[in-house]
Design a protein around this ligand. Structure first.
Ligand code: NAP
Length: 277
């Protein structure tokens, strides 16, 4: 059971970090819960992560970690949860007395996103996973609990796709090419930053198999071009906003031991909560 020490500061560490929506919805959740803390976004270059964490230990800080610090943070923690150990990435941390603890709530966030598309996790899914970084590892971890699923990883550096696949040998394999990975996919997941800004797409939507579902972990106002294009071709598709909100809600639970008001979090983003199924 988690017994987080009440944090003296609540921070998001990233580089860059100014674009993050987390301060908006975490601020709303804190206000609704009557917790007198601000959620501060700190732009921390990689070379300054360990010094920053040393200072934050002094106030038993808690918070989130985003690009590019998730792997490095896993190594700085005194202890990580089994999920963070398997994904080798920490996106959420807190203190238990003097111990710095790391977790990965992106996995639960992905589960929530899947629930908005499918209701319950599909059986025998054939997943084309584009990208092989930290978010792709969270996707593999979540899908490793699905019944009969196979994941084919496509990455611009084949060695990184192989390395991730080797960590999930019963689930995943490297696809030799994008077309090999995607040709009979029932679900296509974009876990690259392609489409975060601008209208570039990770996959030509014309290559999507007819009944494939589409998940884009990227999110932006008005949704990503990939999600819009997939939907225009009658695919069920969702961007990463539901994952973002849920990973934040799960983090809040780790820090404070209470559930945040998820509706307030969605409202702070000007959206209504994504409904399951
Ligand atoms: P990461 O660890 O840096 O991994 C990114 C992956 O994408 C790597 O495989 C990288 O390849 C590849 N990549 C980067 N730029 C590319 C390009 N232009 N074309 C093709 N491949 C490219 O990042 P991450 O943490 O996994 O995040 C990936 C995406 O997921 C980001 O858009 C992030 O915002 C999103 N995300 C969303 C949520 C959410 O809550 N919705 C949570 C986590 C992440 P190389 O290794 O060759 O660079």
């Amino acid at each position: 059971m988690i017994r987080a020490t009440r944090p003296g500061r609540l921070v998001l560490l990233g580089h860059p970090v100014a674009h993050s929506l987390s301060p908006r919805f975490q601020g709303a959740a804190l206000a609704r819960a009557g917790i007198p803390l601000a959620y501060e976004a700190l732009d921390v270059p990689p070379s300054e992560l360990s010094t920053t964490m040393r200072a934050l230990r002094g106030v038993h800080a808690a918070g989130n970690v985003t690009i590019p610090h998730k792997s490095a943070m896993a190594l700085l923690c005194d202890r990580v949860t089994p999920i963070a150990a398997r994904t080798r990435a920490v996106n959420t941390f807190w203190h238990e007395a003097e111990e710095l603890v790391g977790d990965n709530t992106d996995v639960g966030g992905f589960d929530a996103l899947v629930a908005t598309l499918y209701g319950v996790a599909p059986r025998n899914a054939r997943v084309a996973l584009i990208g092989a970084g930290g978010a792709a590892a969270a996707v593999c971890e979540a899908i490793s609990h699905w019944d009969g699923a196979r994941v084919f990883i496509v990455a611009r550096r084949p060695a990184s796709a192989s390395a991730l696949a080797e960590r999930y040998p019963d689930l995943a394999a490297r696809a030799g090419s994008l077309s090999e990975g995607i040709h009979d996919a029932t679900l296509v997941v974009n876990a690259t930053p392609v489409g975060l800004t601008g209208d570039a797409m990770p996959v030509d939507p014309e290559l999507l198999p007819r009944d494939a579902y589409v998940i884009d972990l990227a999110y932006r106002a008005g949704e990503t071009a990939f999600v819009r294009a997939a939907r225009a071709r009658a695919h069920r598709a969702a961007d990463g906003l539901a994952m973002l909100v849920e990973q934040g809600a799960l983090a809040f639970e780790r820090w404070f031991g209470i559930a945040p008001d998820r509706t307030a979090m969605w409202e702070a983003l000007g959206r209504t909560p994504a409904a399951p199924g």
